[in-house]
Design a protein around this ligand. Sequence first.
Ligand code: ATP
Length: 199
Amino acid sequence: MLLRKLELYGFKSFADKTEVEFGPGITAIVGPNGSGKSNITDAIRWALGEQNIRNLRGAKVEDVIFAGSAKRRPLGVAEVSLVFDNSSGTLPLDFNEVTITRRVYRSGDSEYFINKAPCRLKDIHELLFDVGIGRDSLSVIGQNKIDEVLNAKAEERRLFFEEAAGITKYKHRKREALRKLEETEQNLVRVNDLIAEIH
Ligand code: ATP
């Protein structure tokens, strides 16, 4: 499955609407220091659902919104769309092209869209989990990731292997199922209390 296009508006240094097209094969992005190369990978991670702003080299949610420059006022919204070629049907959606969009306002409100239809962050995570390009996946390797792997403790390093082997999504689903089980057990206790009161 090919990432065909990246569309940015108001994301970090990209104040104007910017489109980056990716063809088949390798794409290299070159530019002087500080010109925004890493901001492009940050945008991809962010649109894939990254929730930890520190992984995007920021401190607070609004750090991804264009903060203004000597000549331009700050913007109030950042939006990133990833356009995937889904003609191979890798994503379980009946569309040849799938667009995932994330938008955040300076108020902190976030919006997510799949093919322009509003959805939850959870829907994006679930869509991407199965194809191995989700939030915690190794599909984007940042500059410091290699050092992180080399310096990791044995247990931490195991998590990288689990992610690469595709186990993480099952661990995630197990956690979800256990949480629902716990909720159901709590509900049962409450129902039993009510029944006891009625008798
Ligand atoms: P290097 O080659 O040094 O790694 P780079 O090309 O990867 O650089 P980035 O780190 O992507 O560059 O971009 C850094 C630039 O983005 C800085 O000039 C910084 O001021 C700008 N920037 C980051 N966040 C924002 C923001 N919220 N608003 C405006 N500009 C921002």
